[in-house]
Design a protein around this ligand. Structure first.
Ligand SMILES: Cc1cc2nc3c(=O)[nH]c(=O)nc-3n(C[C@H](O)[C@H](O)[C@H](O)COP(=O)(O)OP(=O)(O)OC[C@H]3O[C@@H](n4cnc5c(N)ncnc54)[C@H](O)[C@@H]3O)c2cc1C
Length: 651
């Protein structure tokens, strides 16, 4: 798919996307914006219907907040309960600039660390706002009863995460996502029981309905009955999570997908920075060809765990038999300032480098040690077990080894999507009426997300940003116009039914998983931790071939009129087969290295990412022009008024 840098008539690209960043000093933009945007009269709010797709932290917090404000809300998710959204898997914590440990943290420092962590490829004003509202999120969650860990004094406890030299991560053992989601779920269900929210679980969004260029509703499939239905609204909010499952093996739940945002993209929403994906350094290594997913070992473990490999290549002694001076604590050696708490992109690349040099451990050579022994010696086993309880149990269950006795074996794995649908400062996409929040938008994390910042962003979007900005849109759009009568709804329903029918009728010889595995491996090999022109070009040639074979040879058993998980998967994999081409196109066009996007051709003599601010300091927002057709590149230039982008250093 050749790159098309210009508008749809082939004219060179002329205008930049308008991010609608409010004027004024950085620390006053958000409060002044909120004070000036339009409000909806409380008596009129119930006349507006808002659709929220997704019940993870972003969707549940948004739906509850919008309903509490008085809007009529309809909520959709693919699981049987909103509580099963993938957010429940989040382990390590959520950042906020409370400065409880008195270690000199501040809103500015959280802002700066996040911007630097993302390699200066995020929008400055959004990142500042994120840091600014971070403290309010903690207050909100505490008020809901989220049981954050506390110190003996009663203060909420904090721990450290990568890319920061302060402790600002609030946590609930290794189950922070679960506890936060229970809080948001409680708020959501309270509104469901008051009758203000209509909840539709087990319902998958298959299309966005656009009438006269404005998002006006969605088409869904009931996953239990197969019924295809239309839902109209005055605004649609997508909170459908990330797409790291494009790599097949990832730390994400199996149901994570790109479908909702991809189909919205096909209807006109721009897709931003699709190649910015995060590879998390501490996951349980792959152990077989037929594994269906990978398990994360939270970054919080790097607070107390030391990463090392034997100095000698091929050293097959037990880790306990390798003396201190024959171990290479390579992160501490290379990055003395941040040590084991360097950001994820850097930790991952270093682990890969060491393994590529033949110094990895285990029989595959594709692992490094994460060792808690020092911390246990210093603090005692009981303290470590209290801090990381369920993580240690999980590791032992999967690996059959007690991590308090034998160092854990870890290797990087796909984990998070920094890319997503493009949104302006108000979290509205380029399409009026379509808002995108949480991991589904291109977010505030630039080219690399710092640990514990996804929960912060999802909840900032859902509890605090969207409830304010959506009112501004609705107040101007007017109410009472949402109906499924428009022809566009009927057309979208027909299309959704046609795709289901087509998937069921191929009756070929290969399973959906088989295609997904092939695509995932290609993306991982050519666009994983390291990418280069030749590999990316090869992937671009191969993806259409896999896609063509899929539509000729996929086998989807069963019917469309009842629960059919193969059919659900098939629809999602069909979308991945289109989306992957955009992901690779984006990676190929970005001729620089930044954060999680490491192009081998562009590195410093020390092997660090080499940005090209002159040419690539922009958000790449792609416009869909047809399957297999070149997408059109739109740019949002990134300007920095308060920080000076510099070569990242964690040494
Ligand atoms: C193992 C693991 C641990 C993590 N730990 C942390 C951590 O400690 N700290 C941190 O900050 N981040 C962490 N993250 C990242 C963080 O959990 C996610 O980024 C975040 O929870 C995403 O929230 P979300 O609300 O955007 O999406 P999700 O929680 O993924 O929710 C998506 C929702 O959309 C629905 N949906 C999806 N597609 C459709 C469709 N087509 N139709 C209808 N509904 C649909 C789903 O049913 C679901 O309800 C972790 C991630 C993983 C994988």
């Amino acid at each position: 798919m050749p790159l098309h840098e210009g508008d749809h008539r082939g004219r060179p690209y002329k205008h930049m996307l308008n991010s609608k960043i409010p004027p004024g000093p950085m620390d006053q933009k958000w409060s002044s914006h909120k004070a000036h945007i339009k409000l909806v009269n409380p008596a009129n709010k119930r006349k507006y219907t808002v659709i929220v797709v997704g019940t993870g932290l972003a969707g549940a917090s948004a739906a509850a907040s919008l309903s509490e404000l008085g809007y009529a809300v309809k909520v959709f998710c693919v699981q049987d309960s909103p509580r099963r959204a993938h957010s429940i898997a989040a382990q390590g914590g959520i950042n906020a600039a409370k400065n409880y440990p008195n270690d000199n943290d501040s809103i500015y420092r959280l802002f700066y660390d996040t911007l630097k962590g993302g390699d200066f490829r995020a929008r400055e004003a959004n990142v500042y706002r994120l840091a600014d509202v971070s403290n309010t999120i903690i207050d909100q969650c505490v008020a809901q009863g989220v049981p954050f860990a506390r110190e003996y004094s009663g203060y909420l406890d904090n721990r450290s995460f990568g890319g920061a030299q302060v402790s600002r991560t609030f946590y609930a053992r290794g189950q922070t996502g679960q506890q936060l989601l229970l809080g948001a779920y409680g708020a959501l269900m309270k509104e469901v029981h008051r009758g203000n929210i209509k909840l539709c679980p087990r319902t998958e969004m298959l299309d966005l309905v656009v009438v006269n260029g404005v998002a006006k509703g969605i088409v869904t499939r009931n996953l239990l009955t197969g019924d295809v239905e239309s839902h109209a609204a005055d605004a649609v909010v997508l909170a459908t999570g990330g797409y790291a499952t494009v790599f097949y093996l990832s730390t994400n739940a199996k149901a994570c997908n790109v479908t909702a945002i991809w189909r919205a993209h096909k209807r006109g929403a721009f897709f931003a920075n699709p190649c910015y994906t995060q590879i998390h350094p501490t996951c349980i290594p792959v152990h077989g060809d037929y594994q269906s997913k990978l398990t994360l070992m939270s970054e919080s473990l790097r607070n107390d765990g030391r990463v090392w490999v034997p100095k000698k290549k091929g050293d097959s002694r037990k880790p306990s038999d390798i003396p201190e001076d024959e171990r290479d604590y390579f992160l501490e050696r290379k990055y003395p300032n941040f040590g084991n708490l360097v950001p994820r992109d850097i930790a991952s690349r270093n682990a890969k480098d060491i393994c590529d040099q033949g110094r990895g451990v285990t029989s595959t050579g594709q692992a490094v040690y994460l060792d808690l022994a020092d911390a246990i010696g210093r603090l005692g086993k009981k303290t470590i077990e209290e801090r990381y309880g369920n993580l240690l149990q999980m590791y032992e269950k999967i690996m059959g080894e007690n991590p308090c006795e034998t160092p854990m074996k870890i290797y990087p794995a796909p984990h998070y999507a920094m890319g997503g649908l493009w949104v302006d400062y108000n979290l509205m996409s380029n399409m009026p009426g379509l808002f995108v929040i949480g991991e589904a938008n291109f977010s505030d994390h630039g080219a690399n997300r710092l640990g514990a910042s996804a929960l912060m962003q999802g909840l900032a979007d859902g509890y605090f940003v969207l409830p304010a900005t959506i009112g501004d849109y609705l107040a101007q759009a007017g109410f009472g116009k949402s109906s499924t009568d428009a022809q566009e709804f009927k057309d979208a329903e027909e299309e959704a039914k046609y795709i289901t029918h087509k998937l069921l009728s191929v009756k070929g010889g290969r399973t959906v998983d088989d295609f997904h595995r092939e695509l995932g491996k290609l993306c991982w090999d050519k666009c994983g931790m390291a990418r280069n022109r030749s590999g990316l070009s090869e992937a671009l040639r191969k993806i259409p071939v896999i896609r063509e074979e899929f539509w000729k040879n996929v086998n989807v058993p069963g019917f469309g009129e009842d629960l059919n998980q193969s059919l659900e998967k098939a629809g999602r994999v069909a979308d991945f087969l289109e989306f992957a081409e955009l992901l690779i196109t984006d990676a190929l066009h970005r001729e620089e290295s930044c954060g999680g996007h490491f192009r081998e051709e562009y590195q410093t003599p020390e092997g660090e990412a080499k940005r090209d601010d002159e040419k690539f300091s922009y958000v790449a927002a792609w416009e869909f022009k047809g399957v297999g057709e070149p997408p059109v590149l739109h740019k949002e230039e990134l300007t920095f008024e308060n920080v000076k982008p510099a070569q990242r250093s964690y040494k």
